[in-house]
Unconditional design. Sequence first.
Length: 428
Amino acid sequence: MTAPSVPADLRHPALAAADPELAALVAAEERLQADTLRLIPSENYVSAAVLEASGTVLQNKYSEGYPGKRYYEGQQIIDQVETLTAERAKGLFGMDHANVQPYSGSPANLAVYLAFLKPGDTVLGMSLPMGGHLTHGWGVSATGTWFNGVQYGVRRDTGRVDLDEVRDLALAERPKLIFCGGTAVPREIDFAGFASIAREVGAVLVADIAHIAGLIAGGAHPSPAPHVDVVSTTTHKTLRGPRGAMLLSRAEHARAIDRAVFPGLQGGPHNQTTAAIGVALREAATPDFRSYARDVVTNARTLGEELAARGFDLVSGGTDNHLLLIDLTAKDVPGKVAAKALDRAGIVVNHNSVPYDTRKPFDPSGIRIGTPALTSRGIPASEMGTVAEWIDRVVEAARTGDESTVTKVRAEVTALMDGYPAPGLPLS
Ligand code: DSN
């Protein structure tokens, strides 16, 4: 197990003095994040700079409104923080307008509905079990109950989105809003193809790039900017920023987006998060981040090949990005059983539905894994064979109930993690 280079009570001295109980939990989470192999594709390690920015006195300030048009005084500095961050977002993603206030991805997407739709209007999005997000019109979400959610999926034979199906649905249902992107999509998104369909039916096209924002910023995935009306993204996944979100748009939609975020949906922005987003955007504009984005994809592709060589069934046959969706049916282990065994082995993944899953969402057939966090630790493609081998051993151990293998892999994982310190964690 890794030894802390700085003891927890010195890393967070005020917290340790004021609330030892919570300080101990924070220290334990730091240890867990350092010692485990984190493969959840929507998670990452932020830099120490992003971490510092998100813990600043900026959080003491209320600033409902926008720079120059606030409902509280004392905005001399906050206006500059928000403007700087929004300018960086516009520059990095090549869009006319940026709103950096959404609290996270779901409120950002809800603001898009508020900007363009009335209750009952139709939205076309990818269905949740096919790889979409709850907020793309799925039934149990407000977006599928207050609006008429029409859903596309992936083809059974290819595991990929079929734009002919999307076009047929769009022509039949005439949605006002179309979402492309998702949360379990291992393949490149054809923004131009979606744009042509949206133009044909007169819909507003939104690219939800939450998962791939860092890949786009780093040039490892094509940009939606030339094609879409609105870009929605969280900031804490491949972009490696704090937990937050942004909405970017063409100039003509700026007012509608801004009014929807505030006063339509939210109150005061979380200014400490805005600053940390700004730091992450600055980091994402560097040559180092371009290498990072490329390495994330190389690691995912290599890990996919190593897993496929061990008989794992990858949805769509592989990946173009940071994410792998694995159907464990052929391994005879339910996704949740595998995920829990992997967690005990120090390999953190999530169970996930696979397209056309015959099992229930809370007990599905698959797992979803990704490489953003391990790549942030500098773990190279040459280690992906070892990672695939661990996954293979643990999934087989889960099938047979062989807990001693799980324990052995746990020790091997911690030993490897020791050699690749995580950004932002003052643990050696
Ligand atoms: N919960 C996120 C994910 O894990 O992909 C999406 O919102």
